[in-house]
Design a binder for this molecule. Structure first.
Ligand code: TEU
Length: 509
């Protein structure tokens, strides 16, 4: 099957704007900072960017609590700065996608402020009377993904639903104004030249009418189980069809859904021809560095995409999960495995999403309690540290914090000592660095015909072959692995007498 569109085989680079580059010395990254680094992104060779939310927000969840979806938060700049970023990217052939947050808004959004003041204006949210004596208990037993109850009571006694923080009230996706407003937001950014959207919690939005209790056994923060009434309600597909009808007016634009559902059939539904273009598949994020786990994740992701007739997508990390270097064991082993898995993902058909800092081999950072900002920390009663450890700013240059990220060492999250060898400056031009590995891999992926074709065939327990001819071998074992005959295009680490050492991957043609 052929997907002739740009997004069907792009490398997307995910920018967490708070942490990428600070242009104005306040210790928080911003849009002008990104624009100033556009040559870095062009040299990396990526075809598209995904910016985490930069719309107006009180930042209770760092931008995922939007109070004005059609303007830029002053922390990040203004609309002119966004226009400048888009122009600088387009000049270099790089597309720009933004984050769209349709499941909820900020409690500071004018609709919610109005709803609190006037009970007759609550129908754009999910307000209910409580249960029990005086309605003092929540309407059902749902818990927030960030911990604690999913309901908060307002002074007049009613409760409102928030699947995330209490500052993120869920919208009522049965209300026509909610649809009209999302359409206005989509057109606002697309008309400015934005090339598409990553859609937050694309499996959320629709809720079952009777809001039945959920099964609380083995409930975990930041996770949803199968048959969880909070997510993946069938009516969500009508919402995606609505969004798609708007996108179809912009034929080159793309939507990528954040879809956390269970089973390939459920996943594929979101990618039907009149719904999302792409869906994040998180199977590799969840797979251990083990041959069976990696192969199962790849085969499953391919099967899900095939079921939908959509291109597969691959990612090792994002702003919500522990960085791959740390997931795979930290230190030299963790880094070697992350480098190997980078070659695995970049060898696969479809689109690849690289989270900023992955190309530098950054590990997660252990942060002290007093600097933690993720709402998960407080909402979990300080039992879950949250996601700040993967959001520490990017080191650009120099030998100590803030490593060229900002003009102040007082960065929004502290940067650790010991990152001098991980900076862009230190890695540039060093052929053994992770940055040069990524640059070379993305360059080969874009240029060589062996990376064509949608098919993947396993020719050994740790070796697959792309239709176009590329072979990718990843050694997850503890003994060197012989390589198939051919030319080694690239390896994630030095070979040992022509064999592939443990924790290493190679591309062979
Ligand atoms: O994440 C949604 C989220 O928290 C999922 O990772 C969650 O584990 C899943 O939905 C469980 O079903 C997005 C953003 O990526 C995250 O940063 C935001 O905090 C969140 O939405 C709320 O907007």
């Amino acid at each position: 099957m052929h997907h002739p569109t740009w997004w069907s085989r792009a490398v997307f680079y995910q920018i967490y704007p708070r942490s990428f580059a600070d242009s104005n010395g306040d210790g928080v990254g911003d849009l002008d900072g990104i624009t100033a680094r556009m040559d870095y992104l062009a040299a990396l060779g990526v075809q598209a960017l995904w910016l985490n939310p930069v719309m107006v927000s009180p930042m209770a969840d760092h931008g995922y609590d939007v109070s004005d979806p059609r303007d830029i938060d002053p922390l990040f700049g203004d609309l002119a700065a966004l226009d400048g970023l888009v122009a600088a990217a387009h000049d270099r052939g790089i597309r720009v996608t933004m984050d769209l947050v349709p499941n909820h808004v900020s409690s500071a959004h004018p609709w919610f402020v109005e709803a609190l003041a006037d009970p007759s204006r609550r129908d754009r949210f999910i307000f209910r009377d409580g249960t029990g004596a005086d309605g003092a208990s929540p309407p059902n037993n749902w818990v927030s993904i960030f911990g604690g109850p999913a309901w908060t009571r307002v002074p007049d006694g009613q409760w409102y639903l928030h699947l995330f923080d209490s500052a993120q009230p869920d919208l009522n996706w049965e209300h026509p104004e909610v649809f009209a407003d999302i359409e206005a937001t989509l057109r606002f950014w697309l008309d400015r030249g934005v090339d598409g959207f990553r859609i937050d919690v694309a499996h959320g939005m629709a809720k079952p009418a009777d809001l039945p209790d959920m099964d609380l056994t083995e409930n975990r923060l930041l996770r949803n189980k199968a048959d969880d009434p909070r997510f993946d309600d069938d009516a969500v597909h009508d919402i995606h069809r609505f969004i798609r009808r708007v996108l179809d007016d912009y034929p080159d634009a793309v939507t990528v859904g954040e879809i956390w559902v269970h089973g390939n059939e459920q996943f594929a539904k979101y990618l039907r021809p009149d719904e999302l273009h792409l869906g994040f598949n998180f199977q590799l994020v969840q797979a251990d560095f083990a041959a069976d786990a990696v192969r199962t994740a790849i085969d499953n992701s391919l099967a899900a995409a095939a079921l939908a007739g959509a291109p597969p997508t691959w990612t090792l990390s994002n702003h919500d999960v522990v960085r791959e270097v740390s997931r795979y064991g930290d230190g030299a082993v963790g880094l070697a495995r992350a480098r190997a898995m980078a070659l695995v993902t970049l060898a696969l058909p479809g689109s690849v999403f690289v989270y900023n800092g992955a190309e530098l081999g950054l590990p997660n950072v252990d942060l002290p309690d007093e600097v933690l900002q993720d709402p998960v920390w407080e909402r979990s009663g300080r039992s879950e540290r949250g996601r700040d450890g993967c959001r520490v700013p990017i080191p650009w240059s120099g030998s100590h914090p803030p490593y060229g990220f900002a003009a102040t060492a007082d960065t929004w999250l502290p940067m650790p000592a010991g990152w001098e060898s991980l900076t862009v400056q230190a890695q540039s031009g060093d052929p053994s660095s992770t940055l040069e590995l990524y640059r070379r891999a993305i360059e080969l992926r874009s240029a060589r015909t062996e990376f064509s074709g949608d098919g993947v065939e396993w020719i050994g327990p740790q070796t697959f072959r792309r239709t176009g001819g590329l072979m990718c071998v990843v050694n997850t074992g503890d003994a060197p692995l012989p390589l198939p005959a051919g030319e080694v295009l690239l390896a994630s680490g030095p070979l040992a007498d022509g064999a592939l050492p443990p924790d290493t991957a190679a591309w062979v043609v």
